[in-house]
Ligand binder design. Structure first.
Ligand code: AHG
Ligand code: MN
Ligand code: MN
Length: 339
């Protein structure tokens, strides 16, 4: 028998809302909208091998990287539900050059803006490996009733109200964090609902997994190399060996590390000193989720969440994971700093 006595995403967010007498329900409605887009994307991801949706869309995104057709589809779905919903005044996306304000009379009254990476790990689509979506929610700074402004989008990560991801994997999950905690919902495809499967997720203080692109080893700074060497030579906190795991979809790599404990690194390299990953819709959301779950996230020097953004698409080196492993990393980085 399937246990039907579990909360759906909607039931959960509405129950959370009841604890705040002044809450308007806009965040629950926003999360429902995101859940709806995720279900639509999930359908397409699942049949990606069957229909002619594979392959490059003959486009490059604003970063100059190839865009797969599913990136375009996912972008349209997330942008569409947010535009039609009542909670979102504007969006920023990896696939859209500048932010977009929704200038209709309903959206102008909305208090949130959302930024997202509609499809993360898209190079993995045509080899059937898990991919994901990442999103973050901020309260707008511009007055309600007016169009959104650039400042609404260029807020440091500490101001996030909520952040989350969807992993389209062996099962599809939506995980989101608010300051109150991190909760994971698995898509029950028999009823088409995300249902609470991972309440109050905590990242273990230590783990065995380190995730990094080893192919770039000789392009990393000495401190990063020293930490990788340490993982290869020393034992993990529980006495066992470290293990290297790198899928190449940060959603999947970080989802696993959040549950099992571990560290994920995308450092700067000699050819890309600022790293590859985008601050606003890749690093900040995961930094927020991991910190709420008890972990840490830095760029090697400062907390990711305290970086004052200058551009919607700016990149940053990223180190994120279990608190104890982040401390070991910090020790390696500081020992090899140029004097
Ligand atoms: P996207 O598909 O949105 O461009 O992001 C891919 C990112 C991230 O998910 C992953 O961790 C990283 O690129 C992998 O990069 P490398 O292949 O350079 O290791
Ligand atoms: Mn991405
Ligand atoms: Mn992407």
């Amino acid at each position: 028998m399937i246990n039907r006595d579990v909360k759906t995403l909607d039931e959960f967010t509405i129950q959370q809302l009841r604890q705040f007498p002044n809450a308007t329900g806009e965040l629950s409605s926003l999360l429902r909208d995101i859940g709806l887009a995720a279900k639509r994307v999930n359908v397409e991801v699942n049949k990606a091998g069957l229909v002619d949706i594979l392959g490059d869309a003959d486009l490059v995104n604003v970063q100059g990287e190839d865009v797969k057709k599913l990136d375009v589809y996912a972008n349209q779905q997330f942008a569409g539900v947010l535009r039609h919903g009542i909670s979102c005044a504007g969006i920023g996306s990896e696939e859209i050059e500048d932010y977009i304000g929704f200038d209709d009379h309903v959206s102008r009254q909305s208090k949130y803006i959302v930024m997202f990476d509609p499809l993360d790990g898209s190079r993995n689509i045509d080899v059937n490996v898990s991919i994901g979506t990442i999103f973050t929610v901020y309260r707008r700074l511009s007055p309600i009733g007016s169009p959104v402004s650039r400042e609404d989008f260029l807020q440091p990560g500490v101001r996030q109200v909520a952040a989350g991801y969807i992993v389209y994997g062996s099962s599809t999950m939506m995980v989101y964090a608010t300051h109150r905690g991190v909760n994971g919902f698995t898509l029950d495809s028999s009823i088409g609902e995300f249902t609470l499967s991972h309440p109050d997720m905590q990242c273990p203080a230590f783990g065995r997994i380190y995730s990094v692109n080893h192919g770039n080893y000789f392009r990393y700074a000495p401190g990063v190399q020293a930490y990788i060497n340490r993982c290869q030579r020393k034992e993990a906190a529980d006495g066992g060996p470290y293990t290297q795991r790198y899928i190449g979809s940060m959603v999947s790599d970080l989802h696993r590390n959040l549950i099992k404990g571990g560290i994920f690194m995308y450092p700067g390299t000699t050819d890309m000193p600022g790293g590859k990953l985008r601050l606003m819709y890749e690093c900040n959301p995961f930094a927020f989720i991991m910190e709420v779950a008890g972990g840490e996230a830095t760029d090697g020097q400062q907390r990711i969440l305290e970086i004052q953004p200058q551009h919607l698409h700016q990149r940053t080196p990223l180190f994120v994971g279990s608190r104890g492993m982040m401390a070991e990393l910090a020790a390696c980085l500081s020992q090899t700093l140029p004097s």
